[in-house]
Design a protein around this ligand. Sequence first.
Ligand code: TXA
Ligand code: MG
Length: 346
Amino acid sequence: MVYLELNEKNILTAAGMLRAGKLAAFPTETVYGLGCDSFNKDALARVFEVKKRPRFDPLIVHIASLDTLERLVDFSRLPAEAERRLSVLSRALWPGPLTLILPRLKTVPDLAVAGLETLAVRFPAHDGALRLIKESTGAIAAPSANPFGYLSPTRARHVREQLGDAVDVILDGGPSDIGLESTVLDISSAAPRILRPGGTPRLAIEALTGPLEAAPTSGVKISSPGQLKSHYAPSKDMYLHMEAEMRRLDLSPDAAYLFFSRESLKTFAENNKLEPGLLDGGRRFFVLSPSGSLTEAAARLFDTLHTIDALPVSLIHAERPPEGGLGDAINDRLSRAASTERLSKR
Ligand code: TXA
Ligand code: MG
């Protein structure tokens, strides 16, 4: 594996490797992706192997130009209304953290789409990623660069630690700006719906499309494994709490604590009569957003969970941030990281 800084020269090197059927991990504005040429079946098979990803879980194809849609999407199967939506959404929200599900052309390998009739497409808002896509094959299939079910990488170091030599090249472009995966929106049929909340808030989409169908709930057939109950998960047990419960928790010697705001940590510390010194030196008390903003919380979520996962504690108590905007996606990831069985009963 080669580990390279993200610059023009190294982008060209990685692009050459992608053209030759190799796997390249690269930064995007959401999380790091594990990329390969979307039309190379051997390379696609390797992506599934490296991630230990089940073959039923389709990949997202990353593009750097709208023209590329002609090679991927079967426009004859796209209802007129959906085509209008595609045009409105792509003009307003691409490049950006929005993945669209569209009818696919038969020429796209089955492996990329896990045999589905549809295809996920994303136009990332990241200059380095766009250069890499343009200079390679124009259509790069890339899941998040983590083992299946584990936390997504928001730094190149996370990719190196989790996948290491199984990848041919890792481009290090620093920490991801958004820190949460893209929103997956299905517009392949008459009624559009969100399959995975993410970096583009629901309201930003509804402002363009009108009200979306309610999010699928448990019991619905899983059409997007990002919907699996336990996903995006650290290796430790995690419990979720509403703000008031979190502040009232008793201190346990075996737990790490992930607060949303400084105020929550402060109240918890007062309730447990913690010395300020213990808070600084304890290294197991974290605040997701010192400034209380959801954008900051999203950007720090996976990175903080990676840090906590490496600590000598056996469980994690985490506070739910408020709903709305990016709060929906953060809460979605936290719930899946905790999985329902482990949710706080109180
Ligand atoms: O932000 C992101 O989307 C990142 C970066 C690397 O672009 N990628 C990412 O990929 O999160 P991945 O593979 O971890 O998640 C893709 C999600 C999965 O939940 C998958 O099931 C869903 O998109 N998906 C892909 N194709 C689909 C399809 N045809 N229909 C429904 N869901 C699909
Ligand atoms: Mg993923």
